[in-house]
Design a binder for this molecule. Structure first.
Ligand code: TYD
Length: 142
């Protein structure tokens, strides 16, 4: 859970930024989606992914991304399109404070899978604690 600055190509015709998988961000991009026309006061997210990793950019406007790895909570305020926040797998995330006309662009490491979601915060805490005990990527003992 950290901010990643993106390349910024500035010239008199305007600005350009880009993302290449495994270069600016530490995963291969399997899916891209975007969130827009969020009514004032609405929240998005409120879940964690078991496997999916994300990179979130505020393409337009601003919003906050709250990340919680079970030990530590951080709020990232995104409001420029030349940086974004990296969300590793197994991190609880919420998005709120969307400004009018904001657009969130999200790059994901896996195709959409409902089974990958953890929607219950208590369940997430148990999952995060179990992961910490067994090591981040160790397969379960049988
Ligand atoms: P969800 O991931 O819960 O949105 P958020 O995290 O922004 O609150 O997804 C909302 C709905 O959209 C849900 O019914 C599943 C669907 N969806 C897809 O079909 N494909 C996707 O890639 C995503 C992200 C969501």
């Amino acid at each position: 859970m950290r901010l990643i600055d993106l390349p910024k190509i500035l010239d008199e015709r305007g600005n350009l930024s880009f993302v290449e998988e495994l270069t600016q961000i530490p995963f291969e991009i399997e899916r891209v989606y975007w969130i827009y026309d969020v009514p004032g006061g609405e929240r998005r997210g409120g879940h964690a992914y078991r496997e999916n990793q994300e990179f979130i950019i505020a393409l337009s406007g601003s919003f906050d991304v709250l990340l919680d790895n079970g030990n530590e909570r951080k709020v990232f305020s995104l409001n420029r399109s030349y940086y974004g926040v990296y969300v590793p797998k197994g991190v609880w995330r919420e998005m709120n404070n969307f400004s009018t006309n904001s657009v969130a662009l999200i790059m994901s490491s896996t195709p959409y899978s409902k089974a990958d979601y953890i929607y219950n915060y208590e369940e997430f805490l148990q999952y995060a604690a179990a992961k910490t005990q067994s090591g981040p990527d160790k397969p379960k003992q049988v």
